[in-house]
Design a protein around this ligand. Sequence first.
Ligand SMILES: [Zn+2]
Length: 414
Amino acid sequence: MSNTYRRRPLPTILAALAAVGCLVAAGCSGSDDDEASTSTTSSSAATVDGKDALTPLIGSVTFPPVPFEGSDGKNHLVYELSVTNFTSGKVTIDGLKVLDAASGKTIDDLDAARLHQRVQPAGERDSTDHLDAGQSATIFLHVTLDKSATVPEKLVHEVAVTAEAAPPGKNSVTERLGATTVDKRTLPVLAAPLAGERYIAADGCCDASRHTRAILPVNGQTFVAQRYAIDYEQADEQNRIYVGNPTDPKSYFIFGKNVLASADGTVVGTRNDLPEQTPGTFPAGIGIDEADGNFVVLDIGDGFFINYAHMQPGSVKPKLGDKVKKGDILGLVGNTGNSVAPHLHFHVMNGPSPLAAQGLPYLNASFSVTGQVASTADFDAAEGTGIPLVLLPNRPTTKHTDQLIMDQNVVTFD
Ligand SMILES: [Zn+2]
């Protein structure tokens, strides 16, 4: 792209942003004397004051949120807002409100500090407070609602930005974007994928989890197949994940445990030939086709698929096309593929491909929460060094049915 071409649209954009500044200034001042001016039904749901507006940031929700009840007894909406800075200058994202599109009521209000941890530029791992000219980002959102609160049918987002390319004094813009429905499909209630005590649901839903943020460009679009994934590990009575030689998979308490079918289903993907990796470091040179190690993908119907990953070589029992029953043994927990320590990676998605699918929530039929790991850093330390997990104090054991196990819960499956 030539410099001439790049520079030519600039005055147009500046003029447009000046217009945005005027519109917003009128709207923000509380003036309502524009009410009779033109507005269209197509734009009214996605603009601040019902009129068409030029917006420095454009955005959309790629995959509508699917609400679910978590083990904290609250309803959760987990989804991503894809945004692009459509101007020739830096745009700082100052705040974001999630609104019920029907009532206009704010259901979540993220100030700059909360928001900036959730803005991840395309191709980068670290979060940011701004987007450079033309830059795209994903805003990872997680709305938590009390059980008594109504879950909206549709959402829209009100974003406050500061646009460098706008004329001085008119840089602050409040805009609406990313209107989306809320997908209230019926969720499957799944049996436990493991049996026994003190399983830790690591990197679970729904905030800075490495799974929830694992957005991947696949086949020309983005997917978050692991949006609700859990890496299960297991602790002993002293809350240790392993004892002994950390490079021996057998030192880890979860190694060799039976992996169980959580529902009746048909095997639509599997592998059984990949070697055990040495725990302690991620293996080098693992391609995406080997990342899950030895795995089973089960089609459990109604558009839900379960992925079980990293099982021991030769342990995977069903073959492609086999039908399995809830509770059947699928294989043994191992450390194959892209894995730093023996664990069961478990996630539910909307298609058979563990990469080119969107993660879906589900409900765990029955479990007890016997503890809560204080933080992901505490989990990583226990996994990496063998020290006991740091658990939050004075957490009573609680019984749960039909809820999703949340991040760093320590659970017993009956
Ligand atoms: Zn995982």
